[in-house]
Design a protein around this ligand. Structure first.
Ligand SMILES: C[S@@+](CC[C@H](N)C(=O)[O-])C[C@H]1O[C@@H](n2cnc3c(N)ncnc32)[C@H](O)[C@@H]1O
Length: 285
């Protein structure tokens, strides 16, 4: 059912073509201005120039977002606080969550602490926004009476490993994001049939997740070579997401599996790979 629209070119120009209040969810993973090489665009702008660029695309994003809509913005340490300020003070949007993506592995520092996280800001357009908590719960550590038998809120620290270069699902893109991480945003903040926008789609992670989860999507990407590769990715058969929240492997400490099954605990079904979303890695037995 899902349909995917692709624009090749500059996000700012393409965003201006999108109708006001027509998008339910925006997932934006812009260049962080840390000097990455994205082929036909090099991620190095002056400090002011980068802030002006950020303000311009965020202003258009707010315009096209539906009143119940949400925006998630990935960002590195250098500009995250400035982005917060733009969304909060300049755009007047509503802060919801400052999510830490803990990526569990990465480059090592010999002086100082090796970086192991990026941040994701979640803002909503109004105070009346969609949020499907039951679709993103994770297994509880304990199933005592006071705990929700359908699992726990995933919290604002999300552990997902990078899609490693040795993973067959790894695309030729320097900053590919894990599918299960993006799926959590899509499931929490949109419904089937909704329209999701990714203004900097890179390897096409958001478009792929939306295809699997029956959302419509619109994506923008400046490098035509990435666009060609993303189209190929979308044409591949789906065999499970490329990553999984390690908490899906939790064995609750106070109830045997049979009792959980009888209680209809959703995450145990999820854990066995039987949900309609198939949030399990291919390698899981
Ligand atoms: C951080 S990456 C996105 C990675 C993506 N989330 C994924 O999972 O593959 C940022 C992308 O933005 C693209 N880009 C840079 N400037 C752009 C612009 N002005 N408009 C559209 N895309 C742009 C880059 O080519 C790069 O692929």
């Amino acid at each position: 059912m899902s349909d995917t629209q692709i624009h090749t070119g500059d996000a700012l120009k393409s965003l201006k073509l999108i109708e006001s209040e027509s998008v339910d969810l925006i997932i934006a993973d812009p260049p962080y201005n840390l000097g990455k090489n994205y082929g036909n665009n090099h991620d190095v702008k002056g400090f002011r120039e980068y802030l002006e660029f950020s303000e311009a695309w965020l202003k258009e994003s707010k315009r096209i977002l539906a009143p119940h809509g949400t925006i998630y913005v990935f960002m590195g340490f250098r500009f995250i606080s400035y982005l917060y300020d733009i969304l909060d003070q300049k755009m007047g949007m509503y802060f919801n969550s400052w999510i830490t993506w803990h990526y569990t592995q990465g480059i090592g520092k010999t002086k100082g602490f090796s970086p192991r996280h990026d941040d994701i800001l979640m803002f909503t357009k109004t105070e009346q926004f969609k949020f499907n908590l039951d679709d993103v719960r994770v297994p509880q550590k304990y199933y005592r009476e006071r705990n929700n038998m359908n699992g726990a809120n995933p919290g604002d620290v999300w552990a997902f490993s990078h899609v490693h270069y040795s993973n067959p699902e790894r695309e030729e893109h320097p900053t590919q994001k894990p599918e299960a991480l993006v799926a959590r945003m899509v499931l929490a903040s949109s419904d089937e049939g909704d329209l999701v926008l990714d203004p900097f789609f890179g390897s096409g992670t958001t478009l792929r997740v939306c295809q699997v989860l029956n959302r419509r999507s619109v994506g923008i990407e400046l490098n035509p070579e990435f666009v060609v590769k993303a189209r190929k990715r979308l044409a591949k058969p789906f065999e499970g997401f490329d990553t999984v929240d390690p908490r899906a492997d939790r064995i609750p400490r106070d109830l045997p599996r049979e009792e959980l099954a009888e209680a209809g605990v959703k995450q145990m079904i999820f854990m066995e790979g039987k949900t309609e979303y198939k949030c399990v890695p291919k390698s899981r037995p």
